[in-house]
Design a protein around this ligand. Structure first.
Ligand SMILES: [Zn+2]
Length: 117
């Protein structure tokens, strides 16, 4: 079924059904997005430590590069390396930091490892 046909069918629905469809769609989107996030975060990266600063969250991670012939495919992951995560315009951004945290990064005392969002 093409999107055009689906739209045509939806156009014939009453308000009550449209509201239901709207809720269903939003729910579906949320589930799909959450799915993607979890898969991306857990398959390639293994989080060892997590430190939250005022602006960013730094995580020490072991990384799977994805090459089938690599040592990491058998469980010998690369790293650990630090990655920075922060929120920008409602989206989570990440950046490779390296083997050590940048000098300017102050680790807050009250921070503990949190689950991957
Ligand atoms: Zn590898």
């Amino acid at each position: 079924m093409k999107l055009r046909d689906i739209k045509q069918s939806i156009g014939a629905l009453g308000v009550k059904d449209l509201v239901r469809l709207d809720a269903w769609l939003h729910n579906l989107l949320e589930v799909r997005r959450a799915d993607k996030r979890v898969r991306g975060a857990t398959k390639q990266h293994e989080v060892l430590q997590s430190h939250r600063t005022a602006r960013k969250t730094y995580r020490l991670e072991l990384v799977r590069c994805g090459k089938g012939s690599c040592k990491c495919a058998e469980g010998k992951l690369h790293g650990p390396y630090w990655y920075a995560y922060w929120s920008e315009g409602g989206r989570t951004k990440s950046q490779y930091v390296g083997k050590r945290l940048p000098k300017g990064v102050k680790i807050a005392r009250d921070v503990s490892a949190r689950g991957v969002r």
